[in-house]
Design a protein around this ligand. Structure first.
Ligand code: T4K
Length: 364
């Protein structure tokens, strides 16, 4: 067994398409001299994503966080938005940045996703929307959540930052709710460096999102709405276009490596795994649930000693984050946050590295 990993292994690495393919696309940008403002490559990326995802309307923006904020603004939301405490800080930041109040509902211990039963308990007359997260790309209970929204007249914004390439019940998982926001950040399975998108099948919302991302300009460049600068540049769109060509390969590779990890760790009696529908998941993260926090710390220290750096996504649960100042406990989310570790998983990670990581964990 090798004694130490020479090059540090982090939780992820962006999938980088061949530089030549990116440069070929960038050449057009230099020829045209158009770097932003809804340029030809942004339009081409939007078009290719519509075809790849088989969805109707998509607005490319600066980041996943901006996509969430534009969605909140496009729906004119105010008051309370119910979301999960087991997610990345951006989900709650977007709500607070839009002067709304994040109200947490606890999660399910096996799916890690928001629990519809807990959502209903949190609804007040100040609630305007629900913002569920498809955690690690695992589909939320979209049927139950839609029923609750219909019953109480609430809007739904899905935070699908992790869910590129996932299909659910014969549709793209990005095609649910009033608006879905996704991320193309460097650490995501599909990346454009920084980037994101809003997806909706509502024409009014689609046109409003396009105005909001570009200072309230309409198609004639008249300022007819409030707005900000949420535009994606041509340089980012070029990276997105070069990456999209490889997405099917990346998805296949991820699943193979995920299943290798599962095979090597399934006999480990102090590890359990997220419950998800195997064909509605993109294997972008490899979260393991350790039997207790002490074990998680021991495993992390052991791996760190061998130049391997897993990450605690998502720790702490957001109700424990001071800036969010929620004085309530969410026992399931807090328990998951204390015991989940995301192991390294990315395109250039070798199978031998996975075998080594698992052998170290089994010895811990
Ligand atoms: N909603 C959810 C549920 C999300 O998870 C996120 C983002 C969002 C919304 C917001 O989407 P964006 O606005 O970001 O588009 C990373 C990402 O920054 C963040 O996008 C992501 N979630 C979060 C889960 O992870 P950090 O602080 O963990 O990133 P960092 O810099 O520690 O990177 C992780 C590893 O990746 C590093 O160990 C090394 C590697 N790396 C990272 C970058 C940036 C590279 O190899 N190259 C790189 O360029 O947040």
């Amino acid at each position: 067994m090798q004694n130490k990993i020479k090059k540090p292994i982090y939780v992820t690495q962006p999938f980088l398409p061949p530089l030549s393919e990116y440069m070929d696309i960038l050449e057009g940008v230099w020829e045209r001299g158009i770097l932003t403002h809804n340029g030809p490559l942004v339009q081409q990326l939007e078009k290719e994503l519509l075809e790849y995802l088989n969805i109707k309307k998509l607005v490319a923006v600066t980041s996943g966080t901006i996509a969430l904020q534009l969605a909140i603004r496009a729906l004119n939301l105010s008051g309370e938005i119910i979301t999960t405490p087991f997610t990345w800080i951006a989900t709650a930041s977007a709500i607070m940045w839009e002067n709304c109040i994040p109200v947490f509902a606890d999660v399910q211990p096996d799916t890690f996703n928001i629990d519809p039963v807990k959502i209903e308990e949190k609804i007040t007359d100040r609630t305007s929307a629900i913002m569920p997260v498809h955690v690690f790309s695992n589909p939320c209970d979209v049927v139950a959540i839609q029923k609750i929204a219909d019953k109480y007249g609430l809007k739904i914004i899905y935070d699908a930052a992790h869910a590129m390439g996932v299909n659910y019940e014969g549709r793209s998982l990005l095609d649910y709710g009033d608006i879905t926001a996704t991320s193309f950040h460097a650490t995501k399975i599909f990346q454009s460096g920084e980037g994101g998108a809003c997806i909706t099948d509502d024409q009014q919302l689609f046109e409003r999102l396009r105005r909001l991302r570009f200072f309230g300009h309409d198609e004639n460049k008249d300022i007819v709405d409030e707005g900000m600068n949420g535009k994606m540049t041509e340089v980012h769109a070029a990276l997105g276009l070069a990456s999209l060509k490889w997405l099917d390969n990346v998805l296949l590779d991820r699943r193979e490596k995920y299943e290798l990890y599962m095979h090597l760790l399934e006999t480990c009696d102090f590890i359990t795994f997220q419950k998800f529908p195997p064909d509605s998941y993109n294997y972008s993260y490899f979260p393991v649930l350790l039997d207790n926090e002490e074990r998680l710390v021991t495993v992390t220290e052991c791996l760190n000693k061998h130049n391997i750096y897993p990450r605690r996504y998502f720790y702490p649960a957001l109700n424990m984050v001071n800036v969010i100042s929620v004085r309530q406990h969410y026992p399931v989310a807090e328990d998951l946050a204390s015991r989940i570790l995301c192991l390294p998983l990315f395109y250039t990670l070798g199978k031998a590295d996975i075998e080594y990581i698992c052998s170290l964990i089994m010895e811990c």
